[in-house]
Design a protein around this ligand. Structure first.
Ligand code: PMP
Length: 360
């Protein structure tokens, strides 16, 4: 078996142990004589799978009891609409910080339903930093403030949560969930698509404080109302059963590895290897201001488009795939989520060292 080091921003690598376990259980899940894919979502066997997934997620992320964990569909993109429809119905005003393409999309979608104010943006420098924001910039009486905790395309991350006082903070953690410990008490709602750090595409996890549920706009489709899913244990309709099962295996894997704290320590170690190399290289450089660097997504460039293209093609031939950067940044991006082993990062840095020598 030959597996590549996959640096894709998502869908991305899953832990090998998880894939093996899924393979083992593929034809006969726990003596049931069927695959998880074939199980009725109303069966006792499946209920046990989703219950365990939720319980393990709650345990490893330390989710307080007054928050619901929902397994939904429609990707993080559907949350761009669900958030304003459900949380923006008191004042019909919310504040948004624009730190990348996904933040921009969240803002644009919110504007369809409420007055969504852009209180700060880092578009002036291709989103290579996070703008300073604080409670003095918030619209008085706004229902919530939305930030993108980790900006997948640009490689920025809130290494310190802004001081928004008592405001309800909503955040998109699609590309950093499970990579670090989070104090959920600081947030009203957290959402994350699974396909980066949590499992396969097809499921989106929402963690929402109880008091924010039940106040959706009248126009809200039943399926887009958090109350629908909260009242029905994410089983109002058929949930993405297999994707939730794999997420459950990933949560177990993290628990077995020592938990999210240990995961974070490993992520710090992995990212340091790459950033240290970039900071000392004469050919490659990171594109993000050091204080806002992400541990998950590391964009970097050389000064030449030709060299960038050569690097992407030669690295691919060596088994380092999906290193091409987003078209708005150019260059390269290495996404090094939980499942990327440290050996993968070390091997990439060895390859970059060799490439630099050969091409300078
Ligand atoms: N938010 C962020 C931060 C993302 O990285 C992505 C996907 N790359 C999205 C939202 C959109 O997610 P989805 O494709 O699940 O709708």
């Amino acid at each position: 078996m030959s597996r590549v080091y996959n640096f894709s921003a998502g869908p991305s690598m899953l832990p090998l142990d998880v894939l093996k376990k899924a393979q083992e259980e593929m034809l006969d899940m726990g003596g049931s004589g069927q695959s998880v894919m074939e199980m009725s979502h109303r069966s006792g066997e499946y209920q046990a799978i989703i219950d365990k997934a939720e319980a393990t997620f709650r345990e490893i992320m330390n989710i307080p009891d007054n928050y619901k964990v929902l397994f939904l569909q429609g990707g993080a993109s559907t949350q761009f609409a669900m958030v304003p429809m459900n949380l923006g119905n008191k004042s019909k005003v919310a504040d948004y910080v624009t730190t990348g393409q996904w933040a921009k999309k969240a803002l644009a979608e919110a504007k369809r339903y409420i007055t969504a104010n852009e209180i700060a943006s880092s578009a002036d420098k291709t989103f290579s930093y996070l703008p300073d924001v604080d409670k003095s910039m918030l619209t008085p009486g706004a229902d919530y403030v939305h930030i993108t905790y980790n900006n997948t395309i640009y490689g920025t991350h809130y290494n310190t949560l802004p001081d928004f006082g008592d405001a309800t903070i909503v955040t998109d953690m699609s590309s950093c969930i499970l990579s670090e410990e989070v104090d959920f008490n600081k947030f009203g709602l957290v959402y994350a698509g699974a396909q980066k750090n949590m499992g396969p595409a097809g499921v989106t996890v929402v963690v929402v404080r109880d008091d924010l549920i039940g106040n959706a706009m009248d126009i809200t489709p039943t399926m887009l109302n958090y109350e629908t899913h909260a009242k029905n244990g994410s089983m109002f309709n058929t949930p993405p059963t297999y994707a939730i099962y794999i997420c459950g295996l990933v949560y177990e894997w993290i628990k077995d590895m020592g938990g999210v704290k240990v995961m974070h320590e490993k992520n710090v170690e992995k990212a340091k290897i790459l950033y240290d190399f970039l900071d000392n290289s004469k050919m490659f450089r990171g594109t993000v201001v050091p204080k806002d660097r992400s541990l998950m997504n590391v964009p970097f460039v050389t000064d030449s488009d030709e060299l960038n293209a050569k690097f992407v093609s030669e690295s691919k031939a060596q088994g380092f795939v999906n290193l091409k950067g987003h078209r708005t940044v150019g260059g390269m991006r290495a996404s090094i989520y939980n499942a990327m082993p440290i050996e993968g990062v070390k091997a990439l840095v060895d390859f970059m060292t060799k490439f630099e020598k050969e091409n300078s």
